[in-house]
Design a protein around this ligand. Structure first.
Ligand code: FUL
Length: 503
């Protein structure tokens, strides 16, 4: 059939001429018994797909800065200053994250100050030299990974490439014998890590083993990323490398929002900080957005007197990130006793309760769904409208090739009060939808468009649209609806939707 030939052509369009010359010339068509749509390139790697499904996870900034009160330690802090007032308790951190509805967490195990929260062989600047027994017995990656496994949460680590303590920073020796080795050491605590977090990594001023100087590096070449990526993937096949690792992109702000238009594709010359909120339509590699934001009102690390944001504000962040085709990594800092303060735990619980109360009861499941067109079924796969509400992420509704606009209508026997519509694309075959609108009807015949002030330009992995057009206003009274209609007006190829949720 023509689809395989077409996908080679598509791929060809993405490759430089020299590689195209290597491609076999396909003249025959391959069988496609399931009539599957051709992917729209680029598509996510399976590990990026799994990562995307994590959706909402925690960030825990804990370490030397917790005790010095700094946000960026200089690297000259005496190891003895790390002196927890109790044994740090990562299980308490992750339990609070789980109660908020999160599916995982990432623990900082080395920040820019270079102090390692596990007994590493790469430097003496680590917990074994710390100020008390609680400190000397601390091993965050070990305890964090164990707690995550116990609680059924995903886990990963933040390990700063920039190291203001290391005398070797700026040399090849640092990359090979310190940084890469530290990443490798972390695999001893688990090879099912879902993400490694490498921030900015450009270098700057620091202690550097007494050199007290400024070391600037070119992060695109210095860290030997291709080798690092291969090495990590050999042992941790599902671990997405954030930032310099090039498998997920910074969303471009730390305020907890993504663009309403948000493509998971980017171009090779992506500068990393310019277009983070929006991505690039037609970009030639898959680089989905992750939003890192603070759940508290001070820094990334714990500071005396800090307070958490309100559950309402945190729920708004959720809508503006997870609800806009990004993931949300929400930071909650453990305190000097190595636990999350009660106020933070309560705020997270409040956020989780709002998510459950507002997005927990999917009314689409009781609706009749009709569509303007259904793709011709294959031998073992159909593309029926029922796939939109079957709760199965592997099934999807699709139109035939060449159809890039369509309507989906949900009707209920009795009127429903509705506030949010959730859409999900089957992104394993690429991000497609370019335009849609949402209407409600009280009688099934006359329609009123909702969320008219919202850019309904992209869907991606997940989109959640508040029908009143506001992510920040209070929950409101909702709209009474006997029917709901989604009109897809444009798509890069036939649209493939795996879910419609209505709340
Ligand atoms: C930034 C760091 O410089 C901050 O200290 C923090 O860790 C944040 C999440 O990433 O790049």
């Amino acid at each position: 059939m023509k689809s395989f030939y077409k996908s080679l052509l598509l791929l060809g369009g993405l490759l430089p001429m020299s590689s195209m010359a290597q491609l076999p010339l396909v003249t025959e068509t391959l069988p496609n018994p399931d009539n599957e749509p051709v992917p729209v390139q680029p598509v996510p790697h399976p590990r990026q797909l799994k990562w995307q499904e994590t959706e909402f996870y925690a960030f825990f900034h804990y370490g030397m800065n917790t005790y010095t009160g700094l946000e960026w330690g200089n690297g000259d802090e005496a190891e003895t200053r790390f002196a927890p007032t109790a044994a740090p308790n990562p299980k308490q951190w992750l339990q609070a994250a789980k109660d908020a509805g999160m599916k995982g967490g990432i623990a900082v195990v080395k920040h820019h100050d270079g102090f390692c929260l596990w007994p590493t062989e790469t430097t003496t600047h680590n917990v074994t030299a710390s100020g008390n027994d609680f400190g000397r017995n601390t091993n965050i990656p070990r305890d964090f990974a164990a707690a995550a496994k116990e609680l059924g949460m995903k886990y990963g680590f933040y390990i700063s490439p920039w190291d203001r303590n290391s005398v070797h920073y700026g040399t090849d020796k640092y990359v090979k014998d310190v940084f890469l080795k530290q990443c490798a050491e972390l695999a001893q605590y688990g090879t099912d890590q879902f993400e490694m977090w490498f921030d900015g990594a450009n270098g700057g001023s620091g202690y550097y083993g007494g050199r007290n100087t400024t070391v600037n590096v070119d992060r695109s070449t210095y860290y030997d990323v291709p080798n690092l990526r291969d090495s990590v993937h050999k042992v941790c096949p599902d671990c997405v490398l954030w930032g310099v690792g090039g498998e997920a992109r910074w969303i471009g702000n730390e305020a907890g929002w993504a663009g309403e238009t948000n493509w998971s594709t980017e171009n090779r010359d992506y500068a990393g900080e310019n277009n983070g909120m929006y991505g690039t339509e037609g970009g030639w590699f898959w680089l989905p957005g992750e939003s890192d934001a603070k759940a508290t009102n001070r820094g990334w690390f714990y500071h005396d007197g800090e307070a958490p944001l309100t559950p309402e504000r945190l729920f708004q962040m959720y809508l503006e990130t997870v609800g806009r085709n990004a993931t949300l990594i929400l930071n909650i800092p453990p305190n000097k006793a190595g636990v999350l303060p009660d106020a933070s735990v309560n705020a997270l619980k409040g956020m989780g309760d709002l998510i459950k109360a507002r997005l927990g009861n999917d009314l689409a499941k009781n609706a009749t769904v009709e569509v303007s067109e259904t793709r011709t079924a294959g031998a073992a796969r159909n593309y029926e409208a029922a796939n939109l509400i079957d709760g199965n992420k592997e099934t999807y509704w699709a139109t035939n090739d060449g159809t890039t606009s369509a309507t989906i209508t949900l009707t209920w026997d009795t009127p429903q009060t509705i506030r949010y519509v959730e859409l999900m694309e089957y992104i394993a075959k690429g991000q497609r939808v370019k335009g849609f609108k949402i209407e409600t009807s009280t009688n099934g015949t006359s329609w009123t468009q909702r969320a008219t002030n919202v850019q309904t330009t992209t869907v991606g992995y997940k989109r959640i649209i508040p029908l009143n057009g506001s992510t920040s206003s209070s929950y409101g009274n909702g709209y009474e609806a006997k029917a709901l209609r989604i009109t897809i007006s444009d798509s890069r190829a036939c649209p493939l939707l795996s879910k419609i949720g209505v709340y």
